[in-house]
Design a binder for this molecule. Structure first.
Ligand code: HEC
Length: 151
């Protein structure tokens, strides 16, 4: 019986590692679809190490479809939207045009306009906390993608 114990410990650590791996993706609409459709051939590392706007993710997803990725059109749209938002390009909130703020950060156009107006009135943002002062912007939406926001 005792001989079984080391094996149980090894299996246990593998289970913990698998759970930790699954947490690599930030929570958001489309996360479950990415985990379902995009992990049958490779792990999430291929995905989480890449950054790109929606056009870039669309071409990656089209490529993966060609390789046999299996999902509905809705699944693929959800995946491109999710990856474009959480694994999008870096965005400088002091220089980005409103369109980049909506497309690459997932903000609404009124939130993007609020950022543009605020920086024109008050000068450049210096740190993430400054975004919390912008009236009409829900800065908590940006917290999961904070590392992509540049000043
Ligand atoms: C049918 C198998 C399969 C599925 C499902 C799959 N991939 Fe891939 N993926 C591959 C292969 C094979 C490679 C390696 C390509 C290479 O080395 O040229 C790869 C590589 C990648 C890369 C590395 C960059 C690149 O373009 O080579 C990314 C990013 C990627 N996949 C994203 C995804 C996403 C997002 C999904 C879900 C929509 C997905 N993959 C689903 C087979 C798959």
């Amino acid at each position: 019986m005792n001989a079984m114990r080391p094996l149980a410990i090894v299996l246990c650590s593998i289970a913990i590692a698998a759970v930790a791996g699954a947490q690599d993706l930030p929570a958001g609409p489309g996360k479950d679809t990415v985990e379902k459709v995009c992990t049958t051939c490779h792990g999430l590392e291929a995905i989480v190490t890449m950054q790109g706007n929606k056009d870039i993710w669309q071409s990656v997803v089209d490529d993966m479809k060609g390789r046999g990725a299996d999902g509905s059109n809705e699944d693929f749209t959800a995946i491109v939207n999710y990856l474009g938002k959480y694994f999008g390009p870096n965005v400088n909130v002091n220089t980005a045009a409103a369109k980049a703020l909506t497309d690459d950060l997932g903000l609404t156009s009124s939130e993007a306009d609020a950022i543009v107006k605020y920086r024109a009135d008050k000068g450049n943002f210096k740190e993430f906390a400054d975004l919390k002062k912008v009236p009409g912007l829900d800065a908590s939406k940006l917290e999961p993608i904070q590392k992509r926001i540049k000043f």
